[in-house]
Write a protein that binds this ligand. Structure first.
Ligand code: NAD
Ligand code: MLT
Length: 309
């Protein structure tokens, strides 16, 4: 059987699969080529660059399983795959620590103006006064989405002596309280926090959840972080609220459509800083997600049970 490994997924996936299956590696795979070659393959591993659309699934006459080397399966048409009996698996925990640490790095970098201070000093400008920051200690962090990454961020924020308030419709209140996290409503979190970070999937109920109306119910000078999914925070509304001073700063790793164009609304705005979807981009996480999906694919192709996404 043949496995197509796309999107620069770690070599660990090949190491796990190569003795049993023929592995074909295509790091940069144009959509047309994927469509053309997919009928040859029994399994497909992707990260986020390859879009596994209904058209691809339709053409994938031999495909038995799709492995997403990460958490979100938004680049895979799961209903289309399911309708064809193709299993979709992911790696729910393989990049949790990486995304958690990236979120904390974004929060600290934003609080201390590190991106702009670096950028200007690299140009020879010594701006000590201009880049006075704020401290995390004694500030309130609102965590919306208290799953794997949200709780990891909460735990680390507590170590910085922040007060943490969490909102999640499915929260385990006892666990949150044991951690030292106050559990609140969405409105509580919005109104009380100095920093707000979102950690839920992009769904019909979370799309646009942080919009203009919500931003103006926040404390003036709030700072926002999105390392979850583009579209949870409305990008144009965020730009306007930062330009207006309602939101003092924003740190954004994920965008409605990726990669972003040079005229994207969140580019070139003072007090907004961005990273190109780097949340899971650590050596360790890329090995973790590759191992998870490769083991799942090996099991499925050998007829053993697997946990679907
Ligand atoms: P998770 O499933 O462990 O947690 C998600 C949480 O969101 C759950 O607890 C769920 O109850 C909660 N939730 C669902 N709907 C909600 C709502 N309307 N309001 C508040 N909470 C809601 O997922 P995770 O592993 O913590 O990942 C969180 C997000 O981060 C996902 O979107 C994932 O794709 C993304 N992610 C991004 C990167 C990156 O590279 N930037 C890396 C990993 C994960
Ligand atoms: C994920 O959903 O796992 C992340 O967005 C990270 C990635 O795409 O690699």
């Amino acid at each position: 059987m043949k496995v197509l490994i796309a999107d620069g997924v770690s070599q660990m996936a090949v190491d796990i699969l190569k003795d049993d299956f023929e592995c074909v590696i295509k790091d940069k795979l144009p959509a047309e080529e994927l469509l053309q070659i997919i009928p040859e393959f029994d399994a497909l591993i992707v990260r986020s660059a390859s879009k596994v659309t209904a058209e691809v699934i339709d053409a994938a006459t031999n495909l038995k399983i799709i492995g997403r080397a990460g958490v979100g399966v938004d680049n895979i048409d799961v209903p289309a795959a399911t309708a064809r009996g193709i299993i979709v698996i992911n790696s729910p925990g393989g990049n949790t620590n990486a995304a958690t640490e990236h979120t904390c790095a974004m929060m600290l970098a934003m609080a201390r103006n590190i991106p702009i201070a670096n950028e200007t000093l690299q140009k020879g400008e010594w701006n000590r006064k201009q880049y006075t920051g704020v401290e995390l200690k004694d500030k309130t962090l609102g965590v919306i989405g208290m799953g794997r990454i949200g709780s990891g961020v909460a735990k680390r924020a507590l170590a910085f002596e922040m007060k943490v308030i969490g909102y999640d419709p499915y929260i385990n209140e006892e666990r949150a309280k044991d951690m030292g996290v106050e559990v609140g409503t969405f409105e509580d979190v919005i109104a009380k926090s100095d920093f707000i970070t979102v950690h839920m999937p992009l769904t019909d109920s979370t799309r646009g959840m942080i919009n203009k109306d919500v931003m103006y119910k926040m404390k003036k000078g709030v700072r926002l972080i999105n390392c979850a999914r583009g579209g949870i925070i409305v990008e144009e509304d965020l730009r306007d609220a930062v330009l207006d001073g309602q939101v003092a700063g924003a740190a954004v790793d994920v965008f409605t459509s990726e990669p972003i164009p040079a005229d994207h609304p969140l580019l070139g705005v003072k007090n907004i800083f961005v990273t190109p979807h780097l949340g899971a981009s650590t050596v360790e996480a890329q090995v973790g997600v590759a191992v998870d999906v490769a083991q799942g694919i090996k099991a499925a192709l050998n007829g053993d049970p697997v946990m679907t996404a």
